[in-house]
Design a protein around this ligand. Structure first.
Ligand code: PEP
Ligand code: MG
Length: 396
């Protein structure tokens, strides 16, 4: 029915899973398991982040009324999902899905999405007692790609480390796991075997389907080309004539500063706002206190996102935004103002994002983005969005 966690932030993986399942969740309620007795009635407001223990009748009624208006807005938005995602002045925005489990693939056609912009493959591995075999992975990737009916499947190679560690890997002590052996660094330095097996399976799935490879936590030209050379070597061994498109996930400050060289070496890029935010602001995405000013709306993060989008547009390489930021209708509008024309999000969020974008003019979103880039704090951007968007979003 709902989830409350003691630890974790709103872009942490517990929140991402809850979002994928459409379950209301509030994260970071310290001591919740001590403070909340079993069977206590409780209200969980996933929009405001408020929970109320033993609520009085008036509070329950207000919450139910809130839920009804949220559900009504969602029904309206879902009813309009067959419509193209285009701004009022004609800018087409492509919407893709973030998925982590095979069963989510059926939501892509249900929500009229253009394909999978981010397949987080770690979830396939996290609960497994042994590393999934080549055959198992090939089968899975093929099944998902086939279900997409010619729409692209962007497979992110394993992003182990940080808060994603499978049971079959020895626990390894790291004082700062988010800054340790993770992402591409893990694949290249700690376990090339896992990476090679996965790439081999993806290459096989790519023989008959539009499957693309995306590399997480890229820092620059050096690690990118090392990974691409490995993929090329595997492709040769497997006698794959056509190499799939290979892209880099831009989620470290290093990658922002190396964006030109990364663009030169890749077919596409995608911006991972979850990690990019935590690394630019030095603010753990899973930490409880990281709210308010420690968000993707902080001007420094927005400036980084803007620079990356501009750099990609200059060389006409596709750029998608695939962090949780794209799943919030207001932030999605701001991203369109910053120049993004591809957004990838949990499928359940897509209806409201489409609805919001269709209510806006690209021209006014660009002005909004310029004002946001000139702000001095995340709070100021939040205020700017609430002051400006209701005028541009009459349907909200
Ligand atoms: C991100 O960091 O924004 C991202 C898309 O990857 P993940 O959330 O899986 O770390
Ligand atoms: Mg990430």
């Amino acid at each position: 029915v709902g989830v409350i966690t003691e630890v974790g932030g709103e872009t942490g993986h517990a929140a991402i899973l809850a979002r994928a399942l459409g379950v209301p969740a509030v994260t970071g309620i310290r001591d919740a398991t001590r403070l909340i007795a079993a069977n206590s009635p409780i209200l969980i407001d996933g929009q405001s982040g408020e929970i109320v223990l033993n609520p009085v009748v008036g509070k329950i009624d207000a919450c139910l009324a809130n839920r009804e208006s949220f559900d009504q807005e969602t029904r309206d938005a879902v009813g309009a999902e067959v419509r193209e995602c285009v701004t009022r002045d004609g800018q087409k925005i492509h919407l893709y899905a973030n998925i982590g489990r095979p069963f989510e693939v059926e939501q892509i056609s249900r929500h009229h999405l253009d394909g999978v912009g981010l397949f987080r493959t770690e979830y396939l591995f996290l609960d497994e007692p042994v590393m999934p075999s080549f055959d198992r992975q090939r089968e899975l990737y093929q099944e998902i790609a086939a279900a997409l009916d010619n729409r692209p499947l962007t497979v992110r190679t394993l992003d182990f480390g940080g808060d994603k560690r499978p049971a079959f890997l020895d626990p390894q002590f790291e004082a700062n796991p988010n800054l340790g052996l993770r992402g591409l660094r893990f694949s290249l330095m700690a376990s090339q075997e896992l990476f090679r097996t996965q790439v081999r399976a993806v290459l096989h799935a790519a023989k008959d389907h539009d499957v693309r490879i995306m590399l997480p936590m890229v820092l620059g030209a050096a690690d990118l080309s090392q990974a691409i050379d490995l993929i090329l070597e595997i492709a040769q061994q497997e006698e794959c004539a056509d190499l799939p498109a290979i892209g880099a996930l831009i989620e470290t400050p290093a990658a922002v500063f190396a964006i030109e060289e990364i663009l030169a070496g890749s077919d596409f890029i995608s911006i991972g706002t979850n990690d990019l935010t935590q690394f630019i602001l030095a603010a753990d995405r899973n930490a409880v206190a990281m709210i308010d000013d420690y968000t993707v709306l902080h001007p420094s993060v927005l400036r980084a996102v803007h620079q990356v989008i501009q750099a990609a547009n200059r060389v006409s390489k596709p750029v998608t935004v695939c962090g949780e930021a794209a799943a919030d209708p207001r932030v999605a509008c701001l991203l369109v103002g910053l120049g993004a024309d591809r957004l990838s999000m949990s499928p359940v969020s897509a209806a409201r994002v489409r609805f919001a974008i269709r209510a806006c003019h690209q021209r006014s979103l660009k002005e909004l983005a310029e004002a946001a880039l000139a702000c001095h704090s995340g709070d100021a951007v939040v205020t700017l969005l609430s002051d400006t968007l209701p005028h541009t979003l009459p349907e909200f």
